[in-house]
Design a protein around this ligand. Structure first.
Ligand SMILES: Cc1ncc(CO)c(N)n1
Length: 225
C-alpha cells in the first residue's frame, strides 16, 4: 500500500478556497452575538423553534447516511461513527423539548420559514441513491462542523455568553462533538482521495451549498419572529 500523503486533504483545501463563506457560516453575527452576550432573545427563540424542526428533518437524512455507510463504505467503522451521530440526535430532540419549555417556545405552533424549508429540500435531494457516498459524507461533515465551530466559539476564552445559553453552546461546542466531527471528516477525506474528478466537483459544490444554507439559517434566526 502506498503511504497516505501527510499533506492536507481536499476539505481543508476547499475551505481555504471558500474561506469567506466558511467564515460567514461559522462566525455569523448571530453566533457572535451569543458569544458577546448581546444576543436578542427573540432571535434565540426563533433559532430554537426553527432548529427543532430542522433536526427532526435531519434525522431521516442521517438515517440515510447510516444506510449508505453500511452498504457503500467498505469500511466497517463508518457505520459506528454515523450510528453515534444518530444516537446523539435522540438526546438532542429531548434537549430541544426541555429548552422549548424553558424559553416558552411551543414547537407545535412553529412554522418552518423559507430558509428552513429550502435546507430541508436540499437534504432530501442528497438522500437520492444517485448521490455518491463521498459527496454525502462531505455534506454531512459540513452540516455538523458549522455547528461545532460556531458554538465552540461561544465557549472560547473571553466569551460573555449568557448563562442560559451555555447549554446550547455545550451541546455542539463540546470536545466529544468535535471528535465526532473529526471522525466524519476523516471518512469524507478517505472517500475523496479515491474519488473521480467529477465527484470532486460535486463534493466541492455541495460543501459550498451547505455553507450557504447555514448562513441563510443564521440570517433567518437573527431576523427574529
Ligand atoms: C441548521 C443546522 N445545521 C446543523 C445542525 C447540526 O449540526 C443543526 N442542528 N442545525
Amino acid at each position: 500500500m502506498e503511504k497516505k500523503p501527510e499533506n492536507r486533504g481536499m476539505i481543508d483545501t476547499w475551505i481555504d478556497k471558500h474561506r469567506s463563506i466558511y467564515s460567514a457560516a461559522t462566525r455569523h453575527a448571530f453566533v457572535v452575538s451569543i458569544r458577546d452576550g448581546s444576543v436578542d432573545l427573540s432571535s434565540f427563540r426563533t433559532w430554537l423553534g426553527q432548529d427543532y424542526l430542522f433536526v427532526r428533518g435531519f434525522v431521516p437524512f442521517v438515517a440515510s447516511v447510516l444506510i449508505r455507510a453500511c452498504k457503500d463504505s467498505g469500511e466497517s467503522s463508518d457505520m459506528e461513527v454515523v450510528l453515534g451521530g444518530l444516537a446523539s440526535l435522540n438526546d438532542e430532540i429531548e434537549w430541544f423539548k426541555r429548552e422549548g419549555s424553558k424559553w416558552d417556545v411551543d414547537f407545535s405552533t412553529v412554522v418552518p420559514q423559507n430558509a428552513n424549508q429550502e435546507y430541508r429540500r436540499f437534504l432530501d435531494a442528497l438522500m437520492s441513491s444517485e448521490v455518491k457516498y463521498a459527496v454525502i459524507m462531505t455534506a454531512f461533515w459540513a452540516i455538523e462542523a458549522v455547528y461545532q465551530e460556531s458554538f465552540a466559539h461561544c465557549l472560547e476564552d473571553g466569551n460573555k455568553t449568557p448563562v442560559g445559553l451555555t447549554g446550547a453552546c455545550h451541546r455542539w461546542g463540546n470536545d466529544g462533538f468535535k471528535q465526532y466531527c473529526s471522525s466524519v471528516k476523516n471518512i469524507a477525506e478517505r472517500c475523496l482521495e479515491n474519488a473521480s474528478g467529477e465527484v470532486l466537483v460535486e463534493a466541492e459544490d455541495v460543501l459550498v451549498r451547505v455553507l450557504e444554507h447555514e448562513v441563510a439559517f443564521w440570517e433567518m434566526s437573527r431576523g427574529g419572529q
